[in-house]
Design a protein around this ligand. Structure first.
Ligand code: ADP
Ligand code: MG
Length: 770
């Protein structure tokens, strides 16, 4: 019994999905899994839950009691879609509710529940059978987020379980229905994967009419995309006919900055606006700066990282216009105008924005103004903003990236895929023909954009994926029905490593308490373990500095090492050079010798603390850099790469903030004048390092041969054979290591294995037998 307002009813009828209601409901009745593909804005998210609701699903007395659950990868969409569906059905947020990590409106009356996929995964660790739900709608499956992929895998198993149980006793438990929704037709990974769904699920394609969108590429690709967006918006606004502008930028800071500039330049309201309207506008804008309701100390790790990782560059808004004054392209002359101060209704849209401020993008702009929404990629497929005719696309997005070597998670701004750029352009063609202005050249688009983005699971270090799954109590990762499974042996290797690190039990493979804490950090389990142990011994600030440095990688300028690509002994180098003695090569050799000498003396200076660990040397460098005010001069004087040092610095800050916001009991801040560790602390730090690299141990061959003891005496590590403990391979200390020019230790842990001709051990720490 649904009671919609007439204007809502009218708007619904225009949505392509509504025309397919019969087909969709028929498919859902006859199949346990149904896939729906439809262009963004066709009405999938808002209408499909209503079809089910209207057909009586989720009603306690129906044959399909239990909530209709809808998952979203993003918080913005979760909250705004729940609100929209409640409005359309004329119900309250107690009946159509949302739940995101720290905010929920769910009640015992809830019939439709929107939630992030992470929320549902966590719920499943308590209630695997999803007994509270009659249907699960997994939305935005085309994004291929890790959570979405895992959710599809788990749910495929729950379907089977529920089906079996309900065959036994249908009164007690009903079968579950699953609907997977995608904005693209690329769903083969779900339909053609027999491990996932043995019976091929039907795919319903919703044909949405899409108006043509003219694409305009920039001739050049400017570095400052925020400034470029500003210029483009002013041109569109001053010259082109009515219609909303949607701008894609990469993150909160950029968006706020551009909003500020545009609001400075254009009035928000027409001159004839009443006092009341002005007050209303001011109040509404004030909502934006209201801090999010997230309780302090419980910040969502991902969002936290997202915002902290952001680079705030002071942009200079260069108003002088460049060559590309072809803004009128595709328009008739009489359509073009030249109005300098027409009102522009500028609104931001990003995940950390308070809900009320987010919802403003759906309201029609005040009479006589043009709408201009500055958004992250949330506006790409998750939310559809009405009335957009112009899209301005910077072509970039902030993506979670992983360094496959170190597994550190960072948020990096990079080009999106061609597929995403296509989606963004499509937003201009919803209500009529539109225009998309790309702030990059077509050459960049052709040569530097990937066709499609890779599923997140293939971009993540595998031990991180496995640990996340264990934290969701998914223990059998090797047989897990991933939509696109990672190689089996990688999964097994990851389990083994997690076992060594103590994150999972080596007997039953369940996650340990320790592993659970580890899974909270946005860094590989190995580094997380180091942080946790460091905390236990009061060395946390040092360990954070170490982990940051290791994550970013060697900050020392490589040229000053011996030949990096072919690390060879001095002797060999010399004999090789003897072959072609020219005056030039002698001079060159002299120069190299000199520089190398300087390099080593700087290395030794930093190793002063403890000359038996490259890692502790790094710690010293990081501390000294901060102490010296983090200057480029310091980098120059010490053979350091300024960019690497800056990254280390950022990561240090991010990790420190993560610790203090997630573990309020720990009192920690970033001390720019961190004193060097005491002798006791040094000892602990070596233990922390050993524990973190417990799977990367090398033992001197001669010590192994004599069954322990001191072994032979060596002057330095030249040609001294080591044996890797877990793989039994042969390896040598790299000449760039601080351990190279002294008596080589019987045992060491390495943090990098460089394979090139020989195996070279880099970034080493001696393990003392004491
Ligand atoms: P899809 O999921 O297929 O991308 P949606 O169901 O999200 O499509 O959107 C359908 C329509 O509903 C769009 O035209 C969109 O603008 C509109 N809509 C969504 N939320 C709101 C809202 N809060 N206010 C007004 N219109 C909305
Ligand atoms: Mg949608």
């Amino acid at each position: 019994n649904v009671n919609r307002k007439p204007e809502i009813q009218e708007a619904r009828l225009k949505l392509p999905v509504v025309a397919e209601e019969q087909v969709i409901m028929e498919a859902i009745r006859n199949n346990t899994v149904v896939i729906i593909c439809g262009e963004t804005g066709s009405g999938k998210t808002t209408q499909v839950p209503q079809f089910l609701y209207e057909a009586g699903w989720s009603h306690p007395d129906s044959d399909n009691p239990g909530m209709i659950g809808v998952t979203q990868p993003r918080r913005v969409a979760t909250v705004s879609m729940a609100k929209r569906v409640a409005d359309e059905l004329n119900l309250t947020d107690k009946e159509v509710s949302h739940q995101i990590r720290y905010d929920a409106t769910v009640s015992n009356k809830t019939r439709i529940k929107f939630m992030t996929d992470g929320v549902l995964l966590r719920e499943m660790s308590q209630d695997l059978l999803l007994t509270k739900y009659s249907t699960i709608i997994i939305d935005e499956a085309h994004e291929r987020n890790l959570n979405t992929d895992i959710l599809i895998g788990v749910v495929s198993r729950v379907l089977k379980l529920r089906a079996e149980l309900s065959r036994e006793d249908r009164q007690k438990i009903k079968p579950l229905r699953v609907i997977i929704m995608s904005a693209t037709l690329r769903v083969a990974d779900f339909t053609e994967n027999k491990t996932l769904f043995p019976i091929v699920p039907p795919v319903i394609n919703v044909n949405a009419r899409q108006f043509p969108v003219a694409i305009h590429f920039n001739k050049k690709t400017p570095l400052d995309h925020v400034g470029e967006a500003y210029k483009k918006i002013t041109k569109i606004h001053e010259r082109l006919p009515n219609g909303g502008i949607l701008v894609f930028l990469t993150g909160q800071n950029e968006i706020n900055q551009l909003c500020k500039e545009l609001r400075k330049r254009y009035p928000a309201l027409p001159p004839k606006a009443t006092k009341k309207e002005i007050v209303k506008e001011e109040k509404a804008n004030a909502l934006e700066s209201k801090t999010d309701s997230t309780p302090a100390g419980k910040a969502d790790i991902e969002d936290e990282a997202l915002e902290l990782g952001e680079n705030l560059v002071e942009e200079d808004f260069d108003l002088s216009s460049d060559d590309d004054d072809d803004i009128g392209e595709g328009f008739d002359d009489d359509e073009l105008a030249d109005v300098k101060d027409a009102p522009l209704h500028v609104l931001p849209l990003y995940s950390m924005l308070p809900t009320e401020a987010q919802l403003r993008v759906f309201e029609p702009p005040p009479e006589g103004t043009r709408l201009c929404v500055i958004a992250t990629n949330v506006a790409e497929t998750s939310v559809t903003i009405p009335g957009v005719r112009y899209v301005v696309d910077c072509g970039k997005s902030k993506e979670r990236k992983y360094d496959v070597e170190t597994g550190v998670q960072t948020f990096e701004i990079d080009w999106t895929s061609q597929a995403s750029a296509g989606q963004r352009a499509g937003r201009a063609g919803r209500t009529g023909p539109g225009h998309c202005y790309r702030l990059f050249s077509s050459a960049v688009f052709d040569n530097e954009f990937e066709k499609f983005s890779t599923p997140e699971i293939h971009r993540m270090p595998i031990e991180g994926v496995v640990l996340s799954m264990k934290a969701m109590n998914i223990d059998n990762v090797v047989n897990f029905p991933f939509p696109t499974p990672p190689p089996r042996e990688n999964l097994m290797k990851a389990e083994k490593l997690l076992g060594y690190l103590g994150a999972i039990s080596t007997t039953n493979r369940h996650i340990t308490e320790f592993g659970r804490t580890m899974s909270l950090f946005p860094i590989t389990p190995r580094f997380a373990k180091m942080l946790i142990i460091g905390q236990q011994h009061g060395c946390l600030p040092y360990v954070i500095a170490i982990v940051s440095a290791l994550s970013v990688g060697d900050p020392f300028i490589q040229d000053y090492h011996l030949d990096e690509d072919q690390p060879d002994t001095d002797d060999e180098l010399e004999s090789r050079e003897l072959g072609n003695i020219t005056s030039e090569s002698v001079a060159e050799k002299e120069r190299r010798k000199l520089v190398r000498k300087k390099y080593y003396s700087s290395q030794m200076k930093h190793a002063g603390l403890d000359p038996s660990s490259d890692i502790l040397k790094l710690l010293n460098v990081v501390g000294a850099y901060e102490y010296a005010g983090a200057t480029t001069k310091f980098c120059e004087d010490n053979f350091l790469r300024p960019k690497a040092m800056e990254e280390i610095r950022k990561l240090r800050r991010q990790l420190t903030n993560l610790v203090s916001s997630n573990f309020p009991e720990i009192d920690i801040c970033l001390d720019p004048k961190m004193p060097p560790p005491s002798a006791v602390q040094l000892k602990v730090l070596r233990q922390v390092i050993t524990a973190g690299f417990i799977d990367s141990v090398a033992i001197r061959q001669d010590v192994l041969d004599t069954g322990g003891g001191k072994g032979v005496r060596y002057k330095n590590a030249k040609n001294v054979v080591y044996r890797l403990l877990w793989t039994d391979e042969e390896a040598f200390i790299h000449p760039g290591s601080i351990l190279y020019s002294q008596e080589p230790p019987a045992m060491l842990v390495y943090s990098e294995l460089y394979k090139g001709g020989k195996n070279w051990l880099k970034c080493n720490t001696a393990v003392e037998a004491k």
